[in-house]
Design a protein. Structure first.
Length: 223
């Protein structure tokens, strides 16, 4: 097991993100093969880039809200070369060609696991750190793990962890460990009922639409 975290290439990656590579590929219309159909509302093509920007921003705000009390300099050496969180998310989504429905599911998993993560982070502050704490304390790695798990649950065909390792610029052993830790945190509760997913999609879509129009938004609206 890895006892220390390597520094992802994405942390120091100089972004080449541009508007022409910015959009998600066509979204899946099913939550999981064989499950009831869940219609995923696609962002209007005329406002697609703004919608994707707002969705990335929502993900970043959720990660920041969960890990806001963590001293990130214990995990990563802060320097001018470390890319912003939003750039990290954008690059992971672009390289992995993540679908809209997969990202929605990953974000739902973060909300589902938030109470346990926050509780764990609070315990870390009052006791000695174990090697697993380094992973749980890193919002970027837990976001990546949620994306890996969501992709495997939603998609009929998905990447192996070795491919995710190349996408993120991390050793495959770290991807394996991060995935297992996240699954333990969420207690392997990956299934989302159709009514729950439809309600989640409605709340998220309304939140993202408001951001594209520069209207006031609150993360509590997604809870």
């Amino acid at each position: 097991m890895p006892h220390s975290l390597s520094e992802s290439q994405l942390y120091t990656y100089k972004s080449t993100w541009d508007n022409e590579t910015h959009a998600f590929p066509p979204a899946s219309t099913h939550l999981v093969s064989g499950a009831p159909s869940v219609t995923v509302e696609r962002p209007p093509s005329s406002n697609r880039l703004a919608y994707v920007d707002a969705l990335v921003d929502a993900n970043a705000l959720v990660i920041e809200s969960i890990w806001k009390t963590v001293q990130n300099n214990n995990m990563i050496t802060r320097s001018a070369s470390v890319v912003p969180l939003r750039t990290f998310i954008q690059e992971v989504l672009k390289r992995s060609k993540t679908t809209y429905s997969t990202l929605q599911t990953a974000l739902f998993y973060l909300f589902r696991s938030r109470p346990e993560i926050v509780s764990h982070l609070q315990r870390i502050q009052s006791c000695n750190h174990g090697w697993e704490d380094a992973y749980i304390s890193c919002g970027r790695r837990m976001f990546l793990a949620s994306l890996v798990v969501a992709s495997k649950f939603v998609q009929d065909k998905t990447y192996r962890n070795s491919a995710w390792a190349k996408i993120a610029g991390l050793p495959v052993a770290e991807i394996n460990v991060a995935e297992r830790i996240f699954l333990n945190i969420i207690d392997y509760r990956l299934y989302i009922s159709q009514p729950t997913f439809e309600q989640w999609h409605h709340l998220l879509h309304r939140h993202v639409e408001a951001k594209t129009r520069n209207l006031p938004t609150n993360l509590n609206d997604l809870s």
